[in-house]
Write a protein that binds this ligand. Structure first.
Ligand code: FAD
Length: 470
C-alpha cells in the first residue's frame, strides 16, 4: 500500500525542534508535512525527557521538603510511596502536553504522517508507516527540515540488553525502586534521575570519570551542589566502571581509578553517559548533506545544510542538546524557508540541572572567560546573606554569580546554584541578551525579600567596586 503526498516543507521528527519548525512554517503560510515515527508528538523532550523527568522531580521535591521541614518545627509522617500512582501522575502530565500538540497541529492544518522517514534523494523521502503495517508513503518536498534528534548513547562494554541496565527512558518508567542504584555519569540526566530515585528510596552511587559532576560548570558552583548532596549520593570521582556483569542476584560492577572501591552489586544501573544523534539512520547518504561519523549534521547560521533546500535543527546538529535551543533553531529554519533574512546567533543558551539544589548557567562560565582571554571579574552573592533564603531554609546551599567584562562592565555570564535557580536564571538570560552592564542590573529595583534580589546584589557588588566608570 503506497501513497504519495507533497509538501512545500517536510519536517522530519516532532520533538521540540520539529514541532516548533512545523508550526512556524504553517503560520507563515507554507503547506507543511510533519513525519514522526511515534504515535505522539513531542519527541524526547515531552515523552521521555524534559517533561516526565520534571514531573518526577516535582514528586521528589515534595518528599524532600516534607522531610526537611523538621528544622522548622513541623513533623510529617514518613511518606508512603504509591509507585503506580507516581507513574500515573507523570504519564498524565505527558499526555496533557502531547495531546495539546496534536490539537495545535490540526488547528494549523499540518499534515502528520506516522512513520520512519528515509531520504531517497534531495526532494523525496519514503515513510515506512508505524501505524499501518506494510504501508509506505512517499513524501516529496521543496524544502526539508531534519529534526530527528538523538538517543541515549550505548557502549559496547555495557550489557544494555539486561532489563536491569537502564537508560533514561527506562528510569522514567518508574516501575520499581531498586534498593541499590548505580548512576553512570555525573551530567544533568544522571543527577536528575538519581535525585528522583534517592527520594523514592534507592541507595544511589554516582560514578564520575572526572574530578567533579557537571563537567564544564565552574568549580565554585559545583562545590556547593556537591556539598549539599554528600549525604544523598555516594559520589565516586575519578572512577570508571571496568566490568559490568549481570548475575542472578544483581548486577556485579568492578571499578577502576584513583578512588575505585571494591566490586559492588547493584539492583539496577542507569547509564547516563551522553546522547548520540540520529543522523546516520535517515538515508542521508542519498543526499549531499554532510554528516560526521557520530551522526551530527553540519549547518550554517541559517540552519542550512550543504544542500540548499535541506535544513537541520536540534540535537542532531550538536551544541548544547537542549529543547529551547532546538525550538529557536526551528523558528530560524522555518523563517529562512519563508524568505526572511534571519540567523541563529544567540548571545546565550541557558542550561539548567533541576537537581536539589538546582544548578543554572547562562552565557560564559569563568572557565570560558579565562580560555577566551577576557579581562573579567566575578561577583558572587552567597545566599547565607539573603533574607528570603534564610526564611525559606535554603540559605545553606545557594550562591548567585555574575561574570563581568572589566573593560565594558557588561555582564558576560552568570550561574546560580540554589533552590529555584532555574526560575531565577531568566533575568540573567535577558540581561545577557540585552548586553546589560552592572549598573543596569544593580540599579534595577528588585523586590525584597526575594531570591532574585541576589542577582541585583551580585551586580551591585561589582558596580560598587568600580571606580573608573566609563
Ligand atoms: P527529539 O526531541 O529527540 O525529537 C526527535 C524526534 O524525531 C523523535 O520524536 C523521534 O522519534 C523522531 N524521529 C527520529 N528519526 C525519525 C525518522 N527517521 N522518521 C520519523 N521520525 C523520526 N532539555 C531541556 O532543554 N530541558 C530539560 O529539562 C531536559 N531534560 C531532559 C531529560 C532527559 C531524561 C532527556 C533524555 C533529555 C532532556 N533534555 C532536556 C534534552 C531534550 O529532550 C532534547 O534536547 C530535545 O528533545 C531535542 O529536541 P529535538 O527536536 O532535536 O529532537
Amino acid at each position: 500500500d503506497a501513497s504519495e503526498i507533497k509538501g512545500e516543507v517536510l519536517v522530519i521528527g516532532a520533538g521540540p525542534g520539529g514541532y516548533s519548525a512545523a508550526f512556524r512554517c504553517a503560520d507563515l503560510g507554507l503547506k507543511t508535512v510533519l513525519v514522526e515515527r511515534h504515535p505522539t508528538l513531542g519527541g524526547v523532550c515531552l515523552n521521555v525527557g524534559c517533561i516526565p523527568s520534571k514531573a518526577l522531580l516535582h514528586v521528589a521535591k515534595v518528599i524532600e521538603e516534607a522531610e526537611h521541614i523538621n528544622h522548622a518545627g513541623i513533623k510529617f509522617a514518613k511518606p508512603e510511596i504509591d509507585l503506580p500512582g507516581v507513574a500515573a501522575y507523570k504519564s498524565g502530565v505527558v499526555k496533557r502536553l502531547t495531546d495539546g500538540l496534536s490539537a495545535m497541529a490540526k488547528m494549523r492544518n499540518v499534515t502528520v504522517v506516522q512513520g520512519n522517514a528515509k531520504f531517497i534523494d534531495e526532494n523525496n523521502v519514503i515513510v515506512e508507516h508505524t501505524d499501518v503495517e506494510g504501508k509506505q508513503t512517499k513524501v516529496s518536498f521543496d524544502n526539508c527540515i531534519i529534526a530527528a534528534g538523538s538517543q541515549s548513547s550505548k557502549m559496547s562494554f555495557i550489557p544494555h540488553e539486561d532489563p536491569r541496565i537502564w537508560d533514561s527512558t527506562n528510569a522514567l518508567e518508574v516501575k520499581e525502586v531498586p534498593k541499590r542504584l548505580l548512576v553512570m555519569g555525573g551530567g544533568i540526566i544522571g543527577l536528575e534521575m538519581g535525585t528522583v530515585y534517592e527520594k523514592l528510596g534507592s541507595k544511589v552511587d554516582v560514578v564520575v570519570r572526572g574530578p567533579q559532576v557537571m563537567t564544564g560548570t565552574d568549580k565554585d558552583i559545583v562545590k556547593i551542589y556537591t556539598k549539599a548532596n554528600e549525604k544523598r549520593f555516594n559520589f565516586m570521582f575519578k572512577t570508571q566502571t571496568q566490568a559490568i556483569i549481570p548475575k542472578a542476584d544483581g548486577i556485579y560492577v568492578e571499578f577502576k581509578g584513583e578512588n575505585a572501591p571494591e566490586p559492588q552489586m547493584y539492583d539496577a544501573v542507569l547509564v547516563a553517559m551522553g546522547r548520540t544523534p540520529n543522523g546516520l539512520k535517515i538515508g542521508l547518504e542519498n543526499t549531499g548533506v554532510e554528516v560526521d561519523e557520530h551522526g551530527f549534521i553540519s549547518v550554517d547560521k541559517q540552519m542550512r545544510t550543504k544542500v540548499s533546500n535541506i535544513f537541520a535543527i536540534g540535537d542532531i546538529i550538536g551544541g548544547p542538546m537542549l529543547a529551547h535551543k532546538a525550538v529557536h533553531e526551528g523558528h530560524v529554519a522555518a523563517e529562512v524557508i519563508a524568505g526572511h533574512k534571519v540567523f541563529f546567533e544567540p548571545k546565550q543558551i541557558p542550561g539548567i540541572a533541576y537537581t536539589f539544589p538546582e544548578i543554572a548557567t547562562a552565557g560564559l562560565s569563568e572557565i570560558q572567560a579565562k580560555e577566551q582571554g577576557i579581562n573579567y571579574e566575578v561577583a558572587t552573592f552567597p545566599w547565607t546573606a539573603s533574607g528570603r533564603a534564610i526564611a525559606s531554609d535554603v540559605s545553606h546551599a545557594g550562591m548567585t554569580k555574575l561574570i563581568f567584562d572589566k573593560d565594558t562592565h557588561q555582564v558576560i555570564g552568570g550561574a546560580i546554584v540554589g533552590d529555584n535557580a532555574g526560575e531565577l536564571l531568566g533575568e540573567i538570560s535577558l540581561a545577557l541578551e540585552m548586553d546589560c552592564d552592572a549598573e543596569d542590573i544593580g540599579l534595577t529595583i528588585h523586590a525584597h525579600p526575594t531570591l532574585h534580589e541576589s542577582v541585583g546584589m551580585a551586580a551591585e557588588i561589582f558596580h560598587g567596586s568600580i571606580t573608573d566608570l566609563p
